[in-house]
Each structure stands twice: as structure tokens, then as C-alpha cells.
Write a protein of this length. Structure first.
Lengths: 151, 190
């Protein structure tokens, strides 16, 4: 291939392909660039190979740049929040903001208080026994305490 | 690494949520684009991009600041993509085995390559993009990484060496083989 004969498609050696890749990237050393350009000038098949590779690389570079879905960020934060048991990115409910231990202690205290109320109630329930406050029957006289008499 | 990157990393290590949001805002499109080109499927790409950022949040303490933050981020993304490609290939094989068992009588083609689009469907614009995306999907993951990083994401060879941990010569030789394989697949559509 380097002896001046023309190149058939599919006959390129690794070195030539590497040179062509570097040539397209603009990273080929000057001496090798000259060598490759000299070969390209006399070898239409090699030129065709380079043009095809150039078109492929150009098409790849022209692939559209996609933007991430808008929900990506919130979803990531939500996942971190969930996997960290609410330590990070907490913002919604009381349960998310207050640590579970504190909630547990508060619930235990409330339970103990409720138990104490039930235990201390004379009726065995939380209902407060009401005194009879019904009005006296009609005609009933109000009991007036009499003064004490001395003998 | 730049001063702003160092500050961002320090804040990330302090689990500063605002810093994490800044990281997301700055890099989410690049990471998503990389995962999309590597996987060729939007749902998978989004899922892997999420995992990339979650991994970064979890493992920022292991970042040694020898490389740029974006390079490290790309490395995490590439590793996740490779793992997902392997997982999907295994799942595909398993599904295929089950299908074969249930259809023993039917003579089906066992070609491992994805279907090549018909020439009449491969025209300009979006369809060309689809042709390219499918061609990328036929490359093995090591070659696919290099083509995506170099020709789609336009990273330098030096950056690619840092991301992949491969020597310069290996990156170049694999890259030109990958381009050659791609060229063969898409030439008739160009």
C-alpha cells in the first residue's frame, strides 16, 4: 500500500487507519501528515476511505445535544431524600422534618399521659362526672342556716 | 481543578443541598446526553443519569481532586452506562432464551445485532440520527464509550484517557476501529 499502488476498500492496515483518525482529529504529527497527504494525492481509494470516515465523524458530531428532562433534578433529590431516611432534601411534612426518634418519644409520652389519666379517673373513663345542677322543684324553700343558740 | 470546583466539592462534602443543586444544574444535560448516546433509550438514559448523581452525592468523599470534577463525573457516568449495557444484554439474552423455549417450533433468526433500518426509511435529519444511534448501539461498550466521548461529546484524547484510565495509544487505536466499524454500518446512508 505504501509502494505507490492504489488501495482497495477494506485493505487498510492499522497504522494507516490510526493516521487517518488522527488526521481527522487534527492531532497527526507534521511528518506523518505529509506522508498521508502524499498518499492521498495518488490513491483515490484511500481518499474515498478518508472521505467516508470524515462523513461518519461529521455525522456523529452533528448528533443533537439533548437536554435532560426537567424532572431529573427533583427525582434525584426525592430519591436521595428517601434513601437517606429523610436526612437530606427534607421539606414537605412534619414527619420529614422531625427525626423519627423525636416523634417516637413524643408518642410514648402522650401514651403514658393518657394511661395516667385513665388510671386516676374514678369512673375508669375520661368522662368527668358532672354534679347535678338541675333547678330545685317549684315550691321548695331554700334551706337557710339557722343561727346557733347558746344554752 | 479550578477554585470554583474546589469550593463546590468542599460544599458537596458538607452535604450542602444547594451545592448539589448547582452541580445538577451545571452537568445534568451533559450527563444525560452521554447516557442517552451510550444506551440509545430515553427511559434507561434518564434512570442511569439519576443513578450517576446519586452516586456522586454518596461518594463525593472518595473524589481525590486529582482530576477535574467534570472528568470524575463522566467517569462515574461511563461506569454506570457500561454496567447498564451488560445488565440489558443479560436481560435480552434471558428474554430471548425464554422466547426460544416457548417457540421451539418456530424457526427464528438468531442474529445478535439489532435490526438495521431499511434504506428507504433512512433519510435526512431525525432518521439519520436514528441510523447513527442504532449503529452506535451495535458497538461493544468499550468502543462505544470512545466514539461517544470523542465524536459526540467532543472531549479531548487526554480527557478520555483520564475518564477511561486507558493509555493514549489504546484510546486512539480503539477509536479508529470504532469509527471504522461505524463507517461500515452507516456509509450507505450518508
Amino acid at each position: 500500500m505504501t509502494d505507490g499502488t492504489q488501495t482497495g476498500a477494506g485493505e487498510l492496515d492499522d497504522r494507516t487507519l490510526a493516521m487517518m483518525s488522527d488526521y481527522l482529529d487534527g492531532t497527526l504529527a507534521p511528518a506523518e501528515r505529509e506522508e498521508l497527504e502524499a498518499r492521498l494525492a495518488v490513491d483515490p481509494a484511500l481518499r474515498a476511505e478518508l472521505d467516508e470516515m470524515k462523513a461518519t465523524v461529521g455525522a456523529l458530531k452533528g448528533l443533537g445535544k439533548e437536554t435532560a428532562p426537567t424532572k431529573l433534578g427533583p427525582t434525584v433529590e426525592e430519591t436521595i431524600h428517601r434513601r437517606s431516611a429523610g436526612r437530606f432534601f427534607g421539606r414537605r411534612t412534619l414527619g420529614d422534618r422531625v427525626p423519627f426518634g423525636v416523634l417516637l418519644i413524643a408518642a410514648l409520652v402522650a401514651l403514658v399521659a393518657l394511661g395516667f389519666l385513665l388510671w386516676s379517673s374514678t369512673t375508669g373513663s375520661l368522662k368527668v362526672e358532672r354534679k347535678d345542677t338541675a333547678p330545685p322543684p317549684p315550691g321548695a324553700r331554700e334551706a337557710i342556716p339557722r343561727p346557733l343558740t347558746t344554752p | 481543578m479550578s477554585v470554583s470546583d474546589r469550593q463546590l466539592v468542599r460544599r458537596l462534602r458538607d452535604r450542602d443541598e444547594q451545592a448539589f443543586r448547582e452541580l445538577l444544574a451545571e452537568h445534568r444535560d451533559k450527563v444525560y446526553n452521554l447516557t442517552l448516546r451510550m444506551l440509545g433509550n430515553r427511559a434507561e438514559a434518564e434512570d442511569v443519569a439519576q443513578e450517576v448523581f446519586i452516586t456522586v452525592f454518596k461518594t463525593i468523599d472518595s473524589f481525590r481532586e486529582e482530576a477535574r470534577l467534570s472528568t470524575w463525573l463522566y467517569r462515574v457516568a461511563v461506569n454506570h452506562c457500561k454496567n447498564r449495557i451488560k445488565y440489558l444484554a443479560r436481560r435480552h439474552d434471558r428474554d430471548k432464551d425464554q422466547l426460544d423455549e416457548s417457540n421451539e417450533a418456530a424457526a427464528t433468526s438468531s442474529s445478535p445485532a439489532p435490526p438495521v433500518p431499511r434504506p428507504d426509511r433512512a433519510v435526512e435529519g431525525a432518521q439519520m440520527e436514528r441510523v447513527l444511534q442504532e449503529a452506535i448501539g451495535t458497538l461493544d461498550e468499550d468502543h462505544r464509550v470512545l466514539v461517544v466521548l470523542r465524536d459526540v461529546e467532543d472531549l479531548s484524547i487526554e480527557e478520555i484517557c483520564e475518564i477511561t484510565g486507558l493509555p493514549d495509544g489504546t484510546v486512539k487505536s480503539r477509536l479508529h476501529r470504532a469509527r471504522l466499524a461505524l463507517r461500515k454500518k452507516v456509509t450507505r446512508h450518508l
